[in-house]
Design a protein around this ligand. Structure first.
Ligand code: ADP
Ligand code: MG
Length: 398
């Protein structure tokens, strides 16, 4: 789960990381008011969306008066900000952060990531701030410095000092850098983050080290341990299909194709998508209904898949180990009776009680296409989708 910049800054500052003074606003009037309340004569207005690259896309603007803040934010609220990280549809701006403009002397890149190869938290830093890490690793790979943290002892001071020296931090400020690095690391570990990125971390002309931008991503599987983090979820920033699924306890990832997949288990979902592609089709989603594929869950899955307007055929592929094919078949039949769909549906069941399951499907009177193997199922759904779309196009042409 991602959170907003202002939320990440609030968290990091609790762990001793320096951040500029700032305040959140939900409207242009409030943004101007917040600046007056804060004082000063120069502010940076920052669109709060779950994506980087806002600066280049017009989502970060320097303002010299409260009137200007009001004008600038009137052009932001309710708009979609399109950055190189949002995809072409962009992300809605419903909150802006008004921050004191700080005099920047130097920009540094700082990231904490989970390095799967070493099974450690890895710190990645570069003196070439202001660029995205992808760009740094392409243009100035030699500027990147790294350190991995031994989990049993945590991030050590000597490691922080070493990083500070490599980044060319002047001796009088090394201690401040150590506090910043340790703060980020503790926030990462204690809150089960999977990523903390401060880009840029700046050194101001009056020798302060401040996180000027902050991004944090959390491990969804650990959110139950952190109710105060779960509360920071902002559904306006998520793919609506994915947040609807998450609310119903289903794992869903929206894709660009037109064959909806209802599958149990992530491995089977991946294999199903591969087989659909092999058969010449394109999956519209990755939907894992989990182990307990009860009729209710199958119904929810159908409603969710059908709410995606791109879906032109559905493949249900269930392997019942702990589950039972007859329950799944009942779920499919019930879902389709309650909410009839106007696209072809192919069902492939395997495992426990498969004969009973097939019987329920056959006796339902519903126009279901059945398949035994995964390859057969994929071929049938692609064929059904092709003939269905051709027929529809012909009808439209007539
Ligand atoms: P993004 O990474 O989404 O483009 P940032 O928060 O990194 O957004 O801001 C982009 C740039 O704007 C920063 O690299 C920095 O140069 C400038 N900037 C951001 N906040 C401030 C601030 N409070 N004071 C001065 N400059 C800022
Ligand atoms: Mg940034």
């Amino acid at each position: 789960m991602d959170i907003h910049e202002y939320q990440a800054k609030e968290i990091l500052s609790r762990f001793g990381v320096g951040v500029p003074q700032g305040a959140l606003a939900y409207s242009p009037e409030q943004a101007a008011y917040r600046a007056r309340e804060m004082g000063g004569d120069r502010w940076v207005v920052k669109a709060q969306v779950h994506a980087g690259g806002r600066g280049k896309a017009g989502g970060v603007k320097v303002c010299d008066s409260d009137v200007e803040i009001q004008e600038v934010t009137e052009g932001m609220f309710g708009q979609k900000l399109v950055t190189h990280q949002t995809g072409p549809e962009g992300k809605g701006i419903y909150r802006v952060y008004v921050e004191a403009a700080v005099p920047i002397a130097r920009e540094i890149y700082l990231g904490f990531v989970l390095d799967r190869a070493s099974q450690r938290v890895m710190i990645v830093a570069s003196g070439e701030g202001g660029m995205e890490i992808e760009e740094i690793s392409e243009k100035r790979p030699e500027s990147i410095v790294r350190a991995t943290v031994e989990p049993a002892v945590g991030l050590q001071e000597f490691q922080c000092r070493e990083l500070a020296f490599k980044l060319g931090i002047k001796p009088a400020m090394v201690q401040q850098m150590v506090r910043t690095l340790r703060g980020c690391y503790r926030a990462f570990r204690e809150l089960d983050a999977t990523m903390v990125e401060v880009n840029p971390l700046v050194i101001t002309s009056d020798d302060r080290i401040l996180a000027l931008d902050a991004k944090m991503t959390f491990d969804n599987n650990a959110l139950f341990r952190h109710p105060q983090i779960s509360e920071l979820r902002d559904k306006s920033q998520e793919d609506p299909r994915e947040s609807r699924a998450a609310d119903r306890g289903l794992s869903y990832v929206g894709l660009d194709g037109n064959i909806g997949c209802i599958v149990n288990g992530a491995g089977l979902a991946m294999a199903t998508m591969d087989t659909i592609k092999l058969a010449g089709g394109e999956p519209a989603n990755f939907l894992d209904i989990g182990g307990g594929a009860t009729p209710e869950r199958v119904s929810k899955a159908f409603r969710l898949v059908m709410s995606d307007k791109n879906v032109q055929a559905i493949l249900v592929n269930i392997f019942a180990g702990i589950n039972r094919c007859d329950w799944v078949a009942e779920g499919v039949v019930r879902a389709l009776r309650e909410n009839p769909v106007d696209v072809p549906v192919v069902v492939r069941l395997a495992g426990t009680n498969v004969e009973e399951g097939q019987k329920i499907l056959a006796q339902s009177g519903l126009p279901l296409i059945r398949a035994t193997t995964l390859m057969e199922a994929a071929e049938r759904v692609v064929a059904a989708w092709r003939s269905d779309t051709t027929r529809n196009t012909n009808l439209r042409a007539v």
